[in-house]
Design a protein around this ligand. Structure first.
Ligand SMILES: Nc1ncnc2c1ncn2[C@@H]1O[C@H](COP(=O)(O)OP(=O)(O)OP(=O)(O)O)[C@@H](O)[C@H]1O
Ligand SMILES: O=P(O)(O)OC[C@H]1O[C@H](OP(=O)(O)OP(=O)(O)O)[C@H](O)[C@@H]1O
Ligand SMILES: [Mg+2]
Length: 396
C-alpha cells in the first residue's frame, strides 16, 4: 500500500465517487473528481520496512551517513564537512563508500538525494544531508525522520507553482485568481507538470483547488506549458532564470516550500543504534559552530584609557560593539622610565559581517586605533539550541 494511500482515501471521502485507482505504478496523480492514482511504487511501505524488523533496527557496528552522490548538493556538502574539519576520504569518485577519519565509527555512503531519504526510512542509513524539499517529498511526513539541522546555508531554493506569462494567464497573478478561473472543470482540469507528486497534490488540496491533474517528468519541466503538455508547473526555483527564459512566472501564494540543505536522521537509529546520538551531537556541534562563525569577524583594536572598566564603558556605549557576551579588554603592558605601565588596552570583539564597517567607524569614534580584522573558524556555545531541540523531539 502506498504511503499516499491515506491522502487518496481522504480525497476519496472529500469528493463523490466514482473514482478509481487504476495502477500503483502510474505516473499520474489527480485531485480532480475522477482519478486518484498513487504515483510511485518506491514510496511503498515494504521499502520502509526493509532495514527494520518489527520496528527494531538491523544490527551493525557503523553509523551510516548518506551524502549526495551527484548533482548540485554533492560538492557543497563535501565543502561544508571539510570546513568543519570532517573531510571525507573517498578513494575515487566512482566508489560509493568513504570514511571521515575524525569520526571513526561513521561510514559515508554516496547516494542520490531521494535514495538517501528512502534509505533513512528503510533503516539502511542513519543520518543524511539533503535538501528539505527532498525530505518533504520522499519522507511524506513520516515521523521517523527528524531534521537535526534545518539550515546548512546552501542549496537555497523554493518549490513554487509557475504559470505562463501569456494567453489566458496574462492577468493571473495569485493562486486565488488561478483557482477562480472558470476554465477548470472536472472534464478539463488545470494540468500541472511536476516531479513533486506527493507535495503537489497535497498543496492543491490544502488550498482548495479541486480540478487539478498532475503529470510528471524527471527534468526540464519548464518546457511543458510551451509544449502544450501542461498549464502550470510546480518545480524548484532559485534565481528564477529558468522560469524567465521559458516565459513563465511565479504567483502570489504559490510557494509550497522554502528549501535548503538539512541534516536529517532516523529517529529509530538515534534511539536504538549505539553511538548514533553521540556522533550526531558531534556533527551538529561542528556544523553549528562553523555556520555561526561564518557570519562573524573577530575585531581587535587598541584603545587609550585609564582602566579596563573605563575602556569597556566606552566600547559598550556603541550599539555595534557589544560582541557575543561583551568585549574582552586586556591591558597592553609596556615599560616606561623603568616602570611597567598600561596606557593602552587591547579590545577583542566579535562583529557580524554585515555590521563590520559600521563597527570600525564606531571603534574609531571612541578612540580605537590599529584595528585588526580576522575571519572566525568556529563559535562554540555552551550548548547548541538545536541539540536541546533534538533531545526534546526524541522525548529525552
Ligand atoms: N536551482 C537550484 N538552486 C539551488 N538548489 C537547488 C536548485 N535546484 C535544486 N536544488 C537543490 O538541490 C537538490 C538536488 O538537485 P539536483 O538538481 O542536483 O538533483 P535532482 O534534480 O534531484 O536530480 P536530477 O536532476 O539529477 O535528476 C534539490 O533537491 C534542491 O534541494
Ligand atoms: O531558478 P533557477 O536558478 O533557474 O533554477 C531552477 C532550475 O534548477 C533546477 O533544475 P536543474 O538545473 O536541477 O535541472 P533538472 O531540471 O535537470 O533537474 C530546477 O528544476 C529548475 O529547472
Ligand atoms: Mg535537478
Amino acid at each position: 500500500m502506498s504511503l499516499l494511500q491515506p491522502y487518496i482515501q481522504q480525497c476519496a471521502t472529500a469528493f463523490t465517487p466514482p473514482f478509481s485507482i487504476s495502477s500503483p505504478h502510474s505516473s499520474y496523480v489527480s485531485v480532480s473528481k475522477r482519478i486518484f492514482i498513487s504515483c510511485c511504487s518506491s514510496h511503498s511501505q515494504t521499502a520502509v520496512l526493509n532495514g527494520t524488523i518489527d520496528g527494531k533496527i538491523a544490527e551493525r557496528a557503523e553509523i551510516r551517513l548518506g551524502l549526495p552522490s551527484k548533482g548540485r548538493m554533492a560538492a557543497d556538502t563535501l565543502d561544508l564537512l571539510k570546513d568543519c574539519q570532517l573531510s571525507v576520504k573517498q578513494v575515487n569518485p566512482r566508489q560509493y563508500v568513504a570514511q571521515i577519519p575524525q569520526l571513526s565509527d561513521v561510514e559515508v555512503w554516496f547516494q542520490r538525494p531521494k535514495d538517501i531519504v528512502r534509505k533513512l526510512l528503510s533503516g539502511d542509513l542513519d543520518l543524511g544531508v539533503v535538501g528539505l524539499d527532498t525530505v518533504s517529498e520522499y519522507g511524506q511526513g513520516n515521523e521517523d525522520l527528524i531534521i537535526v539541522h534545518d539550515a546548512l546555508e546552501y542549496g537555497d531554493c523554493r518549490l513554487s507553482l509557475a504559470i505562463p506569462k501569456y494567453g489566458i494567464f496574462e492577468n493571473i497573478n495569485s493562486l486565488r485568481e488561478l483557482a477562480g478561473m472558470p476554465q477548470w472543470t472536472t472534464e478539463k482540469p488545470l494540468r500541472v507538470a511536476t516531479g513533486f507528486t506527493y507535495l503537489g497534490p497535497k498543496f492543491m488540496q490544502e488550498n482548495g483547488l479541486r480540478h487539478v491533474t498532475f503529470s510528471t517528468a524527471d527534468g526540464a519541466l519548464e518546457a511543458a506549458p510551451a509544449m502544450g503538455i501542461a498549464d502550470a508547473i510546480l518545480d524548484l526555483v532559485s534565481s528564477g532564470t529558468t522560469l524567465k527564459e521559458n516565459n513563465l512566472k511565479e504567483i502570489e501564494g504559490g510557494v509550497v516550500l522554502e528549501s535548503q540543505a538539512v541534516l536529517v536522521a532516523s529517529r529509530k537509529a538515534l534511539i536504538q543504534r549505539k553511538g548514533a546520538l553521540d556522533t550526531t551531537h558531534e556533527i551538529l556541534e561542528r556544523f553549528e559552530a562553523h555556520l555561526r562563525a561564518l557570519g562573524q569577524f573577530t575585531v581587535t583594536a587598541n584603545m587609550r584609557g585609564g582602566s579596563a572598566e573605563e575602556v569597556a564603558e566606552r566600547v559598550l556605549s556603541q550599539p555595534s560593539l557589544a560582541g557575543l557576551q561583551g568585549p574582552t579588554v586586556c591591558p597592553v603592558l609596556c615599560k616606561r622610565d623603568g616602570k611597567v605601565t598600561s596606557d593602552y588596552f587591547a579590545i577583542v570583539i566579535c562583529v557580524p559581517k554585515k555590521a563590520l564597517y559600521k563597527s570600525v567607524q564606531q571603534l574609531r569614534a571612541i578612540g580605537g586605533s590599529g584595528v585588526l580584522i580576522s575571519p572566525l573558524t568556529y563559535i562554540f556555545d555552551e550548548e547548541t539550541p538545536r541539540w536541546r531541540e533534538l533531545l526534546s523531539k526524541l522525548g529525552m
